[in-house]
Every structure is written in structure tokens, then in C-alpha cells.
Ligand binder design. Structure first.
Ligand SMILES: *[C@@H]1O[C@H](CO)[C@@H](O)[C@H](O)[C@H]1NC(C)=O
Ligand SMILES: *[C@@H]1O[C@H](CO)[C@@H](O)[C@H](O)[C@H]1NC(C)=O
Ligand SMILES: *[C@@H]1O[C@H](CO)[C@@H](O)[C@H](O)[C@H]1NC(C)=O
Ligand SMILES: *[C@@H]1O[C@H](CO)[C@@H](O)[C@H](O)[C@H]1NC(C)=O
Length: 467
């Protein structure tokens, strides 16, 4: 306020408090002054009540501090502005010295460029960016896009809650940037020891109009009988009946659906090799979702199983995964990666119908995994794939059949201890190459009623199923 204005106000106050006020002032003047006083009071009230950290506050482009986060990404796939890359999620990962944050992304291999991290530190945008270390995963199967980790160091004295990735080191112009929440924040050591789950299964991708309800219900219930606590499914799309089943499972909490709209951003491949199938990215970004699932599970699950929905990692000498892993871990204490051999169980039609489709399940879309009881002898002269049981805290980067970067040892589990029952939709084989293996039938007493229950819960049983 200039001195002349304040001088004039002083004069007015003296004037207002003079004894002749009532005589000198007419009604219009009183109203005008009442209005002025009231507006001043309202202004002062608004100014003090207004929180300096309100999210609606638009900070000035120059001069710290700037409040944050202004915008948080609600997407599982966030395009990185001014680049051809995508960000998926950010995790605290302080296992390597000098690196604190791992941002999992999908990067275009021919356009890798220097990047910088900008942090939100306890509500204030950091005034300094950190140069990023960019780690492309070694497996890309020839596709133009590859799973890539952006590693950054958190600035000193910053309680980082959110992070953004920039193409230039100057943070001044980018207070507007979308931020990713940083997950797996450090908790006290006592809390760290209590893991919510023993076993998590990661189903990397669900896509197309896949509607194999019976296979899904049987397999998920089989996982549950073996001791799995959580199944994470990355969902691009699925058929209508399977959608109903999975909605019901995720309401119950056994299944965690992660939206995965990769087809909105890239041209996913339907094959595993670029030279054969073309496209932008291996399958539907399977390599990215498997890594995402490992970090998602890191602070909450003792073990993570990386297999597809047509595969069951089956102990052959134990009744469940916990007793299997207790034994294996005791024999191999420094091991965090267990390779389980894949065995194919093609369908061979039954002669009779002893164990065929339950009467109640007639009309449910999909096939009965209990008919896949003929095991093919693997040809050990050619490459023989494995799937993985891992301790997530001992893994840095994973692929599908092996881990790319890890701590500790790995162990190939003998097939008589544990193997994968892999029931592909159709893969006819001459009967003389097949061996009867009814391990799945050991669980039918519990499996059949629980499958009927989940199908009924999802409203997927026809009139026969309602009894
Ligand atoms: C950045 O923030 C730190 C700590 O809040 C402060 O000491 C430093 O002067 C700031 N630097 C700039 C360039 O504003
Ligand atoms: C902030 O975002 C708004 C809306 O997207 C945009 O109009 C504005 O130019 C941005 N400001 C800066 C400094 O980037
Ligand atoms: C990129 O810019 C758009 C428009 O300003 C914004 O909506 C989006 O959140 C930005 N993305 C990132 C990763 O900052
Ligand atoms: C899977 O994704 C599709 C496409 O976004 C969606 O319509 C469907 O409801 C999702 N299903 C579940 C169970 O999340």
C-alpha cells in the first residue's frame, strides 16, 4: 500500500471516530463503508484459510518451492512426452549402491536418449533433476520396443513420493509433468519381515476374445489348492463369460486384474519372434508385465511363480508348494531362482467317460484340464524350456524361461520333484509317445466342488448346474 493511500485511510478512520459522525454521514456513505470493511475481512479470511499446499494451486514456473504432485498418472502405460517411449511403474529399489528408484518402461530401441528424473519430495517439487541410468533388458527377440529400466538416485534430503522422467536436465519449465507414484516405499524392518502372501502367480497377458472359462476356473482353483494366495493377471481384453468369472474372482480378492491396454499404444505381436511375426513388441508386452509383477510382489510375497494360465507348477512329492519350497530352500539356501521343467500334456480323448466333463459343467465355455492326463516325453536333444519360481527380492530383471539379472544362485528342479503340467488347447500326438500321468486327479475331491462353486458364484452354470 502506498503512503498516500494509507494516509488517506488514517484520515478516514479519524473522521469515522469523530463524535459528529452520525450527523455528518448519510446512509449511502455508511453502506459504502460497511461494504468496504466486509470485503476486506472476507479477503483476509480467504487468504489465511487457503492452504499453501492445495493441489489446485498452480505454482509459478520459476522460483522454488513448487507444490506437487499436480498430476498423477492413472494409467498403467503412460507415454513419455517428446519421446517414443512409455513408462509403466516406479518402484523404490535400493539394493544397488547409488541407485534408489527403478522405473519400468517400454522403450524404442533405436531412440534411446539421455533422461533425467524429477522428484516430488514430501509435497515440494525437487529443484534439481537426477541423471538417469537407462538399462535395456537383454531379451528383445528382435522387436523394436524393449523392456527398459530407468534408474535414478533420489536427491539428498528428499522424501520422494513421486517421480517423473524428463528429456532435459532443467526442471524449471516442467512443473506440469505427470508424475508416477513410487511404490514399495520403505517401511520399518519389523514390517518388512511380515509378508502378506506366500505365493503369487503372475499371468502375463490376457488378450483377444479368450473365453476359456472352464480352464481358467479349474486352473485358478488348482493354484489355490496348492497354496497360492494371489494371482495377478494383466488384461488387454477377454471374452464375455471369462470377464464375468474374473470380475467375480477379483471381487473376492484372489485375483488382481491389472488393465494392460498395450494395443492402444503399440502394435503387439502374436508371435514371439520379430523376424517371423513382425509388430512392435514381443507378444503383448509379456516381458514387461512379468517384470512389473515381480516388483509389484517384492514387498508382499515370499515367492512368485511365472507361468501361463495353461500351466500348473505341480509338486510331485509334496501336497503343496510350501512344503516343496521348504525342502528346496533348505537344500539350496542361497538360491532365489528355481527352474521348473515344462511338460506337455496333449489331450487324448477318453475311451469311456469315467472322468469326463461333469454333468453340471455342460454348456460352460472352455475345456476340461482333467482330460489332459497324457504326458509327452520331452526331447532332451533340443532346447527344453523351463518356467520359474523366484524369490522376488533376489531378482533384478527377468525373462520368460530364465532370469536376466539376479542375486544368488539358480537351481534346476528335477522333474520327479516338480514339473509343469502344460495343457495346450490342441496338440495331437501319436498315443505311443504318451505316458499316463493322473497327478491332477489326486486333487479332484476338492477341485470339483470348488470349481462348481466359483462357476455358480459368477452365474455361469446353466439350469443343470443350479441343481
Ligand atoms: C534447492 O533446494 C535446496 C534445499 O531446499 C536449497 O538449499 C538450494 O539453494 C536450492 N537450489 C536452487 C537452485 O534453488
Ligand atoms: C501446463 O499444462 C497446461 C495444460 O496442459 C498447458 O496449457 C501449459 O502450457 C503447461 N505449462 C507449462 C509451463 O508447461
Ligand atoms: C505429456 O503431456 C500431456 C499434455 O500436456 C500431459 O497430459 C501428459 O500427462 C504428459 N505426460 C507425461 C508423462 O508427463
Ligand atoms: C479386461 O479388459 C477389457 C478391455 O479393457 C475389459 O472390457 C474387461 O472388463 C476387463 N476384464 C476384467 C475382469 O478386468
Amino acid at each position: 500500500m502506498s503512503s498516500s493511500v494509507s494516509g488517506s485511510i488514517r484520515k478516514r478512520i479519524a473522521y469515522l471516530s469523530s463524535p459528529e459522525l452520525g450527523i455528518r454521514m448519510d446512509k449511502a456513505k455508511i453502506l459504502k463503508w460497511k461494504f468496504l470493511l466486509l470485503s476486506t475481512l472476507i479477503f483476509i479470511l480467504w487468504y489465511t484459510v487457503r492452504s499453501p499446499r492445495t493441489y489446485r494451486d498452480i505454482p509459478q514456473p520459476h522460483g522454488p518451492p513448487k507444490t506437487c504432485p499436480l498430476r498423477i498418472s492413472e494409467q498403467t502405460i503412460t507415454p513419455l512426452n517428446n519421446t517414443k517411449h512409455f513408462l509403466v511403474s516406479a518402484y523404490m529399489d535400493q539394493r544397488e549402491k547409488g541407485l534408489d528408484i527403478r522405473i519400468i518402461g517400454i522403450f524404442k530401441r533405436d531412440s534411446i536418449q539421455p533422461l533425467y528424473c524429477l522428484f516430488c519430495c514430501a509435497g515440494q517439487l525437487s529443484n534439481k533433476t537426477s541423471p538417469a541410468t537407462i538399462l535395456q533388458h537383454s531379451d528383445n527377440f528382435g522387436f523394436p520396443f524393449v523392456t527398459t529400466d530407468v534408474m535414478c538416485q533420489i536427491p539428498e534430503n528428499c522424501m520422494a513420493t513421486h517421480v517423473s522422467v524428463l528429456t532435459q536436465p532443467d526442471s524449471g519449465m516442467v512443473f506440469n509433468q505427470t508424475l508416477l507414484p513410487i511404490r514399495n516405499q520403505k517401511t520399518s524392518e519389523k514390517e518388512e519381515k511380515k509378508l502378506q502372501f506366500d505365493f503369487t502367480v503372475c499371468i502375463s497377458n490376457l488378450f483377444g476374445d479368450y473365453n476359456n472359462v472352464l480352464q481358467f476356473a479349474q486352473t485358478l482353483e488348482m493354484y489355490r489348492l496348492l497354496g497360492v494366495d494371489r494371482v495377478v493377471i494383466y488384461n488387454t481384453s477377454c471374452g464375455p463369460d471369462l470377464d464375468r468369472l474374473l470380475q467375480s474372482y477379483s471381487q473376492e480378492g484372489f485375483v488382481e486384474m491389472v488393465p494392460w491396454p498395450i494395443d492402444h499404444h503399440l502394435k503387439p505381436s502374436r508371435g514371439w519372434l520379430f523376424s517371423e511375426s513382425g509388430g512392435d513388441v514381443h507378444y503383448f508386452g509379456q516381458l514387461t508385465t512379468l517384470n512389473e509383477c515381480i516388483y509389484r510382489s517384492m514387498d508382499r510375497s515370499r515367492y512368485v511363480l511365472l507361468n501361463d494360465i495353461d500351466e500348473i507348477i505341480m509338486p510331485y512329492q509334496h501336497n503343496n508348494l510350501m512344503s516343496l519350497m521348504d525342502m528346496l530352500q533348505q537344500q539350496h539356501p542361497n538360491t532365489g531362482v528355481f527352474l521348473i521343467e515344462n511338460h506337455i500334456y496333449p489331450k487324448k480323448p477318453f475311451g469311456g467317460n469315467e472322468k469326463g466333463l461333469l454333468h453340471q459343467w455342460k454348456g460352460v465355455p472352455g475345456f476340461d484340464i482333467l482330460e489332459h492326463i497324457y504326458r509327452e516325453e520331452p526331447n532332451r536333444n533340443i532346447y527344453h524350456p523351463h518356467k520359474l519360481i523366484v524369490q522376488p527380492r533376489m531378482v533384478q530383471q527377468t525373462s520368460i524361461h530364465e532370469v536376466l539379472m539376479k542375486y544368488g544362485e539358480y537351481f534346476k528342479v528335477p522333474p520327479d520333484v516338480c514339473r509343469i503340467i502344460h495343457s495346450p488347447i490342441s496338440m495331437p500326438r501319436p498315443p505311443e509317445q504318451l505316458h499316463l500321468d493322473t497327478r491332477l486327479w489326486d486333487f479332484t475331491d476338492k477341485l470339483l466342488p470348488s470349481v462348481t462353486t466359483v462357476l455358480r458364484r459368477a452365474g455361469l452354470l446353466g439350469s443343470q448346474g443350479q441343481e
